[in-house]
Design a protein around this ligand. Sequence first.
Ligand code: C2E
Ligand code: CA
Ligand code: CA
Ligand code: CA
Length: 276
Amino acid sequence: AKDGGRGRYHFYAPDLRIDAEERRQLEEELRDAVANGGLELYYQPVVHTVTEKITGFEALLRWNHPVQGFVSPSKFIPIAEDTGLIATIGEWALRTACQDLAQWPTNVRVAVNVSPLQFSNPALPSIVTNALAHAQVDPARLELEITESVFLNDDEGTEQMFRALKAIGVRLALDDFGTGYSSLGYLKRAPFDKIKIDQSFVRGATQPGSRNGAIIASIVSLAEALDMETTAEGVETLDELDLVRMLGCSHVQGYIYERPLSSQNAAARLSTGLIA
Ligand code: C2E
Ligand code: CA
Ligand code: CA
Ligand code: CA
């Protein structure tokens, strides 16, 4: 980075590891936040590419740290997963998202991220059922976002869990498609309603010579053949929006329309209707 125009440049490797001490402290503070209502859910609109109407929101965790301000989920979710705190956080997120959903028009859905650790918990179907019943919302309005990593230990339990979740009547979305251990076999065996195309494919897709457009097009045709919807994630520019629309993605999520909003602002956004 250039230092204040004085012509000196500092180069540094970003420190990707959080050191052990900082991590221990964050863990303690995260426990405290979980126990004392320090977490919040934000909601990012998911927009239909043709009607440009909000069809739903993705619920995204926010931790407003007393000193550090907002701590990114990509920093604290891994800690929550390592420590098992994700079980408590995940259940809280499901209950909170369902309660917020109950306040919104019935044609709006909410998508909740489910970590692989939650997915391997045999109690997940009853946790989901309880959250829906408590908020009294139609299961078809809840979508669970699951990443490919749940297929890593692909066994009897994985298929059973998919069946149990489908039996509740919730929708299932395959998150971050193409970034992990993609195998077309998963798509055949797991009853997904939607594929979320990772933003790494959208990013750069509009650059000349990029192969990302071809990849997006083939994901879309695969999804259509299997009767699944597609959401293009991380759409930031008009060019990207035009492209993913032309390539046939059914839904779009990204800063081009809206950043994640507080539940209050999400409700206010809905009352304005169209968001073109
Ligand atoms: P994700 O599930 O892939 O969520 C999408 C991420 O992309 C969110 O980051 C969202 O704010 C960001 N995003 C949306 N539109 C744009 C855009 O146009 N440009 C860019 N650059 N980014 C965009 P966020 O909120 O920081 O969350 C990061 C990750 O943390 C999520 O990725 C998800 O893996 C995890 N996460 C968030 N909330 C939860 C949760 O409740 N449970 C679990 N298990 N994981 C969660
Ligand atoms: Ca997600
Ligand atoms: Ca994603
Ligand atoms: Ca992601």
